[in-house]
Write a protein that binds this ligand. Structure first.
Ligand code: ADP
Ligand code: MG
Length: 612
């Protein structure tokens, strides 16, 4: 007696439906994809009770003729692939020919459809996958599919559905993601009779984002655009200050299809390293485009997970695209956030000595290089700007000749000013260092503000900037006697097998027994006692693989270990100098891990707190 039977089609359809149709939002996704594939320019999705009792999708696409309308619901019925080779060149949203069969097998369906060249359309009714009626009918061009009573014949599946409001939220997210992927199509979602989403369909991604995600989201975006060979990424990424907890604001699309990819999440995260605090996630709407043979969406029936052929290349492309966009939008690889708002010192380069002002006043987010073309030498009446021109106690006011203004100004006219070193050096110091408090916080006063600086974070950022400007060969010091470092055997192995890389960041080392390394040279910034922890961190980074920012992370580790520690005493003069650097330069806002370097309390804040 044989034990193996081939399942009848209605059972195998139900099983297949389990993969494709999990909940109303999966139906919505498939219907939207079909409408997009049919060349529609407008699609309306309407749901009731979270889509459980009613989903109607109306499009103005190609429609179907009588034969297609009948066969669309057969399993493996598709107009999108014919031959095996088509699988490599798919450019439609669907292609499995499974969706309508799967949806039909667990619901009651009504289809109305008409092609542009026929005067009459057809309507087809199905129940549990079986056609119960089919007739000619008058209908507009395009296709309308109504899906009622989802899972009416599989009560077990229906039990897994959540509250209507939860299902409706899933539908909302599905339509939103689909709409972001297809700015050429005007999409509308109507929930229980009222419109909740509506995109213009004018092809502009920004208009589409605005209509779906609102003004706050849209106004803080930076444009992203990069192409390498025939692969491109474009769209928008959020300014660092819009980072939030969780990935809810991240949207990735591949050829218009919303996708999820750990690789893309990772590339985005890496690009924001140093721009946003740890634990926060950036927002983005990014479209990827590449030839169909560069990826496989066939890895999962719902087609949301993607496997890229050349993962490394995609990672680099997205990383650099986002990083470049961020770099161009934010000066000094840092961000202006609430903790470090604009300070007069940093917003303008003022030369007060003889009432000549080289002052492109503007927010701190204007980088120095962008400031330079606006340099003005118009005399400004200081009476008007007296608050900022009045020196504070302890201020040293340079005279014009000391500042060499003519040379400065002439240079500015011809070539863009170089950041910090050339400009900041000339800024008049207008702060007073007060001292160190609570084992590591530096206090300083500027006009109307009290500043609290985290000395470790500040020093770490300073060292990191210095190290990362050092080019390929970092300043390294030879030790008279090698420094012996005991690590785990695998850390030792990893380090010894990456000698070239370690040399490029200043280390020269060799194995000394099984778990000890003899370090013959190290970066000048590192004290002997900090070498083991720095090497251990670098070994960890090396174990995690060759990421594009491996070097950056390794320099971060060196800077972190070399920086002054909280809780340890530091020389007054050193801290005074560090404080001066923080308050007078434009690139020490965040430590390389993204934590703020300084906090500011304004006089107004204090007066308010004290009820004055
Ligand atoms: P697939 O999309 O994978 O081909 P489906 O089961 O989703 O499979 O659809 C089967 C076929 O029905 C499609 O290939 C298409 O020819 C046709 N079809 C489905 N929806 C529409 C629509 N809205 N407009 C025109 N044709 C459609
Ligand atoms: Mg389909």
């Amino acid at each position: 007696m044989p034990n193996i039977f081939v399942l009848p089609s209605h059972i195998s359809n139900l099983i297949a439906a389990g993969e494709v149709v999990e909940r109303p939002s999966s139906v919505v996704k498939e219907l939207l994809e079909n409408s997009a594939d049919a060349g529609s320019s407008s699609v309306t999705m309407e749901i009731k009770n979270g889509g459980v009792s009613f989903i109607r999708c109306t499009d103005n696409g190609s429609g179907m003729d009588k034969e297609d309308a009948a066969s669309a619901f057969l399993r493996h019925a598709t107009s999108k692939i014919r031959a095996e080779s088509d699988l490599d060149t798919i450019n439609t949203m669907g292609f499995r020919g499974e969706a309508l069969a799967a949806i039909a097998s667990v619901s009651r369906i009504e289809l109305m459809t008409r092609t542009p060249d026929s005067e009459l359309g057809f309507s087809v009714m199905l129940e549990g996958g079986k056609i119960i009626s089919m007739q000619e009918s008058g209908c507009p061009q395009g296709t309308t599919i109504v899906v009622r009573d989802l899972f009416f014949n599989t009560p077990g599946r229906r039990k897994f559905l959540k509250k209507d409001s939860t299902e409706a939220a899933h539908v909302n997210e599905t339509v939103l993601r689909a709409a972001l992927g297809l700015p050429n199509i005007s999409m509308r979602l109507i929930k229980n009779g009222s419109t909740s989403l509506h995109t213009p369909g004018d092809g502009s991604l920004k208009n589409c984002v605005y209509s779906l995600l609102g003004l706050d989201y849209t106004k803080n975006l930076v444009e992203v655009q990069r192409r390498e060979n025939n692969i491109s990424v474009s769209g928008f990424t959020g300014k660092p200050e819009t980072a939030r907890a969780g990935r809810s604001g991240q949207y990735f699309m591949l050829l218009g299809r919303p996708i999820k990819s750990k690789l893309l999440f990772a590339a985005l995260n890496e690009a924001y390293l140093g721009f946003i605090p740890a634990g926060k996630s950036p927002v983005c709407v990014l479209h990827l485009s590449m030839p169909p043979d560069e990826f496989d969406v066939n890895v999962h029936p719902a087609k949301t997970e993607v496997k890229f052929k050349d993962e490394k290349m995609i990672f680099h492309l997205v990383y650099h695209a986002v990083r470049t966009a961020l770099d161009s939008s934010v000066p000094g690889k840092s961000i202006s956030v609430v903790q470090s708002p604009a300070l007069p010192l940093k917003t303008a380069t003022e030369i007060i000595g003889d009432q000549t002002v080289i002052s492109p006043s503007g927010p701190m987010s204007e980088s120095f290089s962008r400031i330079s073309p606006q340099v003005s030498r118009e005399p400004i009446d200081l009476a008007d700007s007296s608050p900022s021109a009045t020196p504070y106690p302890g201020t040293i006011v340079y005279t014009r000749s000391e500042i060499e203004a003519p040379k400065h100004a002439a240079a500015a006219e011809t070539a863009p000013l170089q950041p910090q070193e050339t400009v900041c050096e000339k800024i008049i110091p207008r702060h007073r260092y007060i001292g160190e408090a609570l084992g590591g916080f530096l206090l300083a006063e500027t006009k109307e503000c009290l500043w609290i600086i985290d000395k470790h974070a500040a020093h770490e950022r300073l060292l990191y900037n210095k190290l990362s400007q050092g080019g390929d060969g970092l300043m390294s010091q030879q030790f008279i006697a090698p420094v012996m470092v005991t690590l785990t055997a695998s850390e030792c192995d990893t380090l010894v097998s990456h000698q070239d890389f370690l040399k490029s960041i200043g280390f020269c080392l060799e194995m000394f027994g099984q778990d000890t390394i003899a370090v013959r040279a190290g970066p000048c910034e590192l004290e002997h006692e900090d070498i083991p922890s720095a090497l251990s961190r670098i070994a960890q980074l090396l174990c995690n693989g060759q990421k594009p920012d491996l070097r950056e992370n390794a320099l971060c580790a060196i800077a972190c270990k070399a920086a002054v520690k909280l809780g340890r005493s530091s020389k007054h003069e050193d801290m005074e100098c560090l404080c001066k650097r923080v308050l007078e330069s434009n690139d020490l806002l965040h430590c390389p891990h993204g934590r703020p370097v300084s906090l500011r309390l304004s006089g107004a804040d204090l007066r308010r707190e004290f009820g004055r």
